[in-house]
Design a protein around this ligand. Sequence first.
Ligand code: SF4
Length: 345
Amino acid sequence: MKTYKQNADFLYLGRKLLAWYKIHGRDLPFRKTNDPYHIWICEIIFQQTRIEQGLNHYNRFIARFPDVHTLAAAETDEVLLYWKGLGYYSRALNIHKAAGQIVEDFGGVFPREYEGILSLRGVGRYTAAAVSSICYGERMPAVDGNFYRVLSRVFADEFDVSKSTAFSYFSELALRMMPGGEAGHFNEAMMDLGSEICRPRNPLCEQCPLNRDCRALQLGRITELPLKSKKQKTTALEMTYYFVEFEGVFLIKQRKEDFIWKRLYEFPDAIPREWERFIVNQRSVSHKLTHKDMTLHFFKVIPDTREAFELFAESHGYLLSSEEASHQKSFPKPLENYIKMQANN
Ligand code: SF4
């Protein structure tokens, strides 16, 4: 006996989706361009950020770095500054490095082929497929969580999306649905359907163009799909910081490119033992990073003399910053909040 999926008319579903997209697709500013640089930046920004939240950031970023040459020539600190508020700063570092790669390895011209785009720093299969299909019409499905969810539900497919083979499996399904010459629009349609209609919780099935064909809807299995067996483990992480302040000025340093929060600014993580008597208060906060549950312990330290403060800064290579000057640097979110809190005290 044939399964539902074997009987399904894939192209029919793909065409229905496209017809819906042409009427209901989101009217987004970056959809008015085929410039691969712009599409790449927006794909990176909107991977973890909702469109409404990220749009101002995207516009500001593109206004300051309108092309790959401007971005490649910029200082890392400034790129991080324009990324402020989006989180995932490693992405900003990667696009900065990738811009340098485009200038050096591709003569300053954004690569046209999927493989070339995939070779850029920080670019994965999803982003390479999105850019190559939207800008160059390459027949590559931009498979992400939206594809997993929509396809699992439409076909009531129990393929485990946490498996390493899920990307290839759902790419194959999507390719069968993709009408010829419409790769970019098809990918955008799936993005829109997945984020606006076939949402993880409370999907709007009555507005869905695929509702007559959707097996999960017919079988009442929407909440079970997509199937995901493996949960990634989270690890606990504790960090201690000393907010060493003297008359409104405090000490900071830039992190290296290892571990977390690469190249962001932070406070000293140690003080001389004899300075423990200068600790005036302590505060602990929780913070979540992908797969990490963090606890940060902040100790506020006010040394007794300016000389001691400056000598400590100089001997350990710390920079001096005021609250106002700190706006020109990028800090991890909990440290940024701590600075704000100090300023309001
Ligand atoms: S009918 Fe509902 S569950 Fe099925 S694809 Fe559409 S929104 Fe998703």
